[in-house]
Design a protein. Structure first.
Ligand SMILES: O=P(O)(O)OC[C@H]1O[C@H](O[C@H]2O[C@H](CO)[C@@H](O)[C@H](O)[C@H]2O)[C@H](O)[C@@H](O)[C@@H]1O
Length: 386
């Protein structure tokens, strides 16, 4: 893996110039503005009262991205109390699956390729292990899913990679057998081992909650106080918008609008847009009914996957088969890495057709559960034969 030379930083020192007309879905990866101070401490004490300029968010594509940010609820017909997916959407979904075959139907193919290889599992949390719900604090995994993930981790090195803070996702998953990468991979905890090959200033040694020695990789450490400041500003500016919720993930912060009336989405977007104008070193990405504010650094879930494979001594592409399961736009960075390196499988979790860099698909968290259980069952049979 191409790790940076010692003392280098993934922080992009020279953010790409802003081009508002390009701030649509793809360009949401760009910084929002280059003007203004990079780190203003006065924002909290004296929040700026700027008039809402609705054209800003309308013209730069934020609103379009917000409207397409989470699959619409499937058209359903209710017949005898049973919910049946409409024929139309099934036809469309089935033809989409020609391009992204079901990972369940492709299971034989996967395990044939896995023979003589070490499977390594990467799992997103929200929408992958837990169903999407209105309240982010109540996005719990089922007991069945927890037990499947635990079994998977007993057989294969397994990492949860989430946009949430590492502590929060660890608390929700509640398993110690795994590795955790929070804040979209900007906060990775992995076990102590020979790390002499890692030459990176963002890597430090620490202890976990049980006092065990661990390695921490935090390429956005210098942004912690900035993110905290922006988090508090965002809480302040959105406090009068019913349903808006802001989360602090330490290295990034999220503004949820799932529970905001649709007519007020542009107000949410405009507030976030205005706050970001003062922070050229932060950028915005779109998640599922959530605006994510994160540092302008050359780091994402894809880089985190590469880093973890290298750190766990699993970067030899001939012997290792990484499988990454995720549902969100941020997971596309990981799918892209696997596709470009021709390594393993990216599996998109989606109940509606959408473009992806993944190779395979699963419809929902129930299918994720079935897939994980199949992996365990297969591994048990292989081990029994040996
Ligand atoms: O990378 P992930 O583990 O998928 O985290 C991405 C975001 O997930 C959470 O928000 C999403 O799930 C919520 C609970 O189902 C839902 O209410 C929200 O609308 C979704 O966007 C989390 O709260 C965010 O902070 C994460 O960035």
């Amino acid at each position: 893996m191409d790790l940076k030379p010692k003392n280098s930083s993934p922080v992009l020192s020279d953010p790409a110039p802003i081009n508002k007309s390009r701030l649509g879905i793809h360009s949401s990866m760009l910084p929002c503005s280059q003007s203004g101070p990079s780190f203003s401490s006065s924002i909290l004490t004296a929040p700026r009262k700027k008039p809402i300029k609705l054209d800003d968010v309308r013209s730069n594509g934020w609103l379009d991205a917000m409207h397409s940010s989470s699959p619409p609820r499937k058209k359903i017909v209710k017949d005898f109390g049973v919910e049946i997916a409409s024929d139309d959407s099934d036809v469309v979904y089935n033809s989409w699956m020609l391009k992204y075959p079901s990972a369940l139907n492709s299971f034989e193919h996967i395990i044939n390729r896995a023979k003589e290889k070490k499977i390594v599992i990467f799992l997103d949390y929200d929408g992958t292990l837990s169903p999407i719900v209105d309240d982010p604090d109540r996005a719990f995994m089922s007991a069945d899913m927890r037990s499947a993930v635990k079994r998977v981790a007993e057989y294969f090195p397994t990492t949860i990679i989430s946009g949430r803070s590492r502590d929060k996702v660890h608390e929700l998953v509640g398993l110690t057998e795994l590795y955790y990468a929070g804040s979209h991979g900007m906060d990775i905890m992995f076990p102590l081992q020979d790390t002499s090959s890692i030459h990176h200033s963002s890597y430090i040694r620490s202890t976990d909650k049980q006092g065990k020695g661990v390695n921490l990789f935090q390429p956005a450490r210098e942004f912690i106080s900035m993110i905290d400041e922006v988090f508090r500003t965002l809480v302040n500016v959105t406090k009068d918008i019913p349903g808006a919720k802001v989360e602090n993930h330490k290295f990034c912060t999220s503004v949820h609008y799932r529970n905001v009336e649709e007519k007020s989405w542009r107000v949410v977007a405009q507030h976030v847009h205005d706050v970001l104008k003062d922070y050229p070193r932060l950028r915005l990405t779109h998640g599922r009914k959530v605006l994510e504010v994160r540092p302008v650094i050359d780091w994402d879930k894809g880089k985190a996957v590469e880093f973890l494979l290298e750190s766990l001594g699993l970067s030899n592409s001939d012997d290792v088969l990484p499988i990454y399961i995720g549902d969100d736009r941020t997971d596309e960075d990981a799918f892209k890495v696997l596709r470009e390196r021709n390594r393993g499988y990216g599996i998109l979790v989606s109940s509606v057709p959408k473009e992806s860099k993944a190779f395979l698909s699963l419809r929902d968290t129930l299918e994720v559960l079935e897939f994980l259980k199949s992996l365990v069952k297969w591994k048990e049979q292989v081990d029994k034969k040996q």
